[in-house]
Design a binder for this molecule. Structure first.
Ligand code: SF4
Ligand code: SF4
Length: 100
């Protein structure tokens, strides 16, 4: 069962910026991302919003697909920064791996 950590979006700030709580799940970033890969990156942002840390770690390989091209961040109507969130999640995933 997925454990929910409501404070995770705040906790993620120690790994860089976190604008996940700005996201209202419009899907613009999914449409503009050159990877054209399912619901990437919105799904991961949603996981941050609800604090589904185990889902993030389960899907951590997806994080390394991001090219950090910036298109999603430029296009987000809420001023969220999906690319920046993914970078913070990479740092979080590496830190979690080191602790395990
Ligand atoms: S474009 Fe912005 S608001 Fe829309 S789903 Fe992506 S991060 Fe969320
Ligand atoms: S920064 Fe990453 S998630 Fe955003 S559009 Fe580029 S490849 Fe996709």
């Amino acid at each position: 069962m997925t454990k929910i950590s409501p404070q995770f979006a705040e906790d993620l700030k120690q790994y860089g910026e976190d604008t996940a709580l700005e996201c209202f799940n419009c899907g613009t970033c999914v449409a503009i991302c050159p990877l054209i890969d399912g619901s990437f990156p919105r799904k991961l942002i949603r996981y941050v919003q609800i604090g589904a840390k185990d889902r993030i770690l389960l899907n951590r390989n997806e994080l390394w697909k991001c090219l950090h091209c910036g298109l999603c961040s430029e296009s987000c109507p809420r001023g969220a920064d999906p690319g920046g969130i993914l970078l913070s999640l990479k740092r979080y995933a590496v830190a979690s791996w080191r602790k395990s």
